[in-house]
Design a protein around this ligand. Structure first.
Ligand code: NAP
Length: 243
């Protein structure tokens, strides 16, 4: 079903994005692997080892024009975009009362506007194809908030509102749009947190362990394959948030 199709993954040089790219490669998708600063050859070689094409593309997705180039290049190279995973994201943690304008703007521009930027251009292509899946990385923090993350929580809550709106816009053409809300996943993003914070987090997780990037990637592939789930937020958090 996904074999021979194209998956564009943003921020895929490491962490969850890399795991998602490898998982879609294992399904037979050609991968357009967006990165911002740099990418190891080993990441590209691993994806190619699944027998698919891998096009690394440097772009800052918070930049409207660079996001357009990313999506146009993906379409021009492979002829279709079946899957778009908006994974690129940053944190700039600080209490709201001390937060500077740059900490707020940079997080919103990457996590929220960056997600809009790629959707803006990929949705035109998917509408013409009459097929496609958009998967946006939100966070449990976007659902329940977190002290010190007013900027990040706002961006991830915004991603949920955007997901539901675009799901309504694109549904009539068979295009699904969903969000994944991870809890605490072991990546560079969470590695920087203090042992105290990690210990406190662990106490809130019923499954008593942190999640793995590969487990998030499984959810992304599930959402891409299923054609009757749209506008949903799938929590993958060891039970932190129970709706
Ligand atoms: P990560 O290890 O820090 O990786 C994030 C990736 O995004 C990096 O490769 C980074 O590239 C890239 N990126 C950042 N800004 C970008 C931009 N403007 N344009 C293109 N790429 C950009 O983070 P992660 O833990 O894998 O997180 C992936 C996603 O899941 C994020 O959206 C995050 O908010 C979300 N999430 C993670 C967790 C968790 O516990 N890890 C929980 C909930 C949600 P550079 O290194 O070059 O900057």
């Amino acid at each position: 079903m996904l074999s021979g199709k194209t998956a564009v993954i943003t921020g895929a040089a490491k962490g969850i994005g890399r795991a998602v790219a490898e998982r879609f490669a294992a399904e037979g998708c050609n991968i357009v692997l967006n990165y911002r600063s740099n990418i190891d050859d080993e990441v590209i070689e691993k994806i190619k080892s699944f027998g698919v094409e891998c096009l690394p593309f440097k772009a800052d997705i918070s930049n409207f024009n660079e996001a357009e180039e990313l999506i146009k290049t993906a379409k021009n190279t492979f002829g279709n975009i079946e899957v778009l995973v908006n994974n690129a994201g940053i944190t700039r943690d600080m209490l709201a009362m001390r937060m500077g304008e740059d900490e707020f703007d940079s997080v919103i521009n990457t996590n929220l506007k960056g997600t809009f930027n790629t959707i803006r251009f990929a949705s035109n292509i998917m509408l013409k194809q009459k097929s496609g899946t958009i998967i946006n990385l939100s966070s449990v923090v976007g659902l329940i908030g977190n002290a010190g993350q007013a900027n990040y929580a706002a961006s991830k809550a915004g991603v949920i509102g955007m997901t539901k709106s675009v799901a309504r816009e694109l549904g009539s053409r068979g295009i699904t749009v969903n969000a994944i809300a991870p809890g605490f996943i072991e990546t560079d993003m969470t590695d920087v947190l203090s042992d105290d914070i990690k210990k406190n987090m662990l106490a809130t997780i019923p499954l008593k362990r942190f999640g793995k990037a590969e487990e998030v990637a499984e959810v992304a592939v599930f959402l891409a394959k299923n054609r009757y789930i749209t506008g949903q937020v799938i929590n993958i958090d060891g039970g932190m948030v129970m709706n």
